[in-house]
Ligand binder design. Sequence first.
Ligand SMILES: Nc1ncnc2c1ncn2[C@@H]1O[C@H](COP(=O)(O)OP(=O)(O)O)[C@@H](O)[C@H]1O
Ligand SMILES: [Mg+2]
Length: 341
Amino acid sequence: MDTKEIILDVKKLNTSFISDKKEVKIVKDVSFQLKRGTALAVVGESGCGKSVTMNSIMRFTGQNARVKAESIQYNALRDGKIQEYHMEKFKSNNCAEMRALRGPDMSMVFQDPMSSLNPVYKVGDQVAEGLIQHTGMSKKDARAKVLDMFKKLGIPDPESRIDCYPHQFSGGMKQRVVIAIAMICNPELIICDEPTTALDVTIQAQIMELLKGLQVNEGKSIILITHNMGLVAEMADEVCVMYMGRVVEFGTLEDIFDHPSHPYTKALLRSVPVLGLADGQKLETIPGITPNPAELKGGCEFAGRCPLCEERCKAKDIPTYEVSAGHRVRCLQYDSFKEVD
Ligand SMILES: Nc1ncnc2c1ncn2[C@@H]1O[C@H](COP(=O)(O)OP(=O)(O)O)[C@@H](O)[C@H]1O
Ligand SMILES: [Mg+2]
């Protein structure tokens, strides 16, 4: 691995939750790499494990989670030098190393701005808090930095808005504040978990433009969780398609949009309007429903909904095949191609 080129390398991440003494596997052998300065979109229907995957990496999982990985390597680039972090070896979610990484190196923007903002504190103070914690900066200097960040993120009239409370902000402005919190320590990696789902289309476009700008102009690396394939087409360099806790397909934007290979990816693309629908054209839905993770029996998770399902698909664990350089598909249709990890 070229540690300068790859900022995050995840190998065989597995997360399960224990409830009523039963362990349910939610994320299964998820592997992917994020290239520095690029945007990776993680897509898949609701409930397929996108958030759990990213929360596992960021160590935001709760008490009932069991997270295991062969490796989760974060390659920080500092003054031209690489510092490697083997996050799978961290002792706890809140260990000193993880606390040090969160904020200055990697941070997360959540779907619902209200769950990330505290209603009783002024927004400016909430953004300044991380900065003061990580740098020991004075309140006055931190306030100046927050003002700069508000300006950069297009929050109008920042001098007076900085002393407002969250309820005085619209949804789009609150989401900007949440992005400000994520950005204030200048992290290189930003993980955005459906950051615009709660917002209307115009605001959604503004927020996306802002994130794209951070990537293109400042070289940030971005992971964007979304189920909006239109956003994927605009934002992503690479795409990771997940189904029932597995990566079923991974490739460049072109691989996924022009040569979708997994039956699930094909169904997903048919079920969302990418460039708007022609008159009279019907939007297909993916037939069947996602199974209950606790009731899966092995074999391909998509077998029950797949139009091409064969007996052998239900019988064994499905390997991943490389159908072209970097384009990986977890489907037996491609068993004449090279098997990869
Ligand atoms: N803390 C938890 N305890 C038990 N199950 C959970 C927990 N968090 C998520 N899950 C389950 O994990 C699965 C994947 O959830 P999630 O990652 O949130 O999906 P999404 O792809 O929509 O982000 C769901 O079936 C969900 O019910
Ligand atoms: Mg989610």
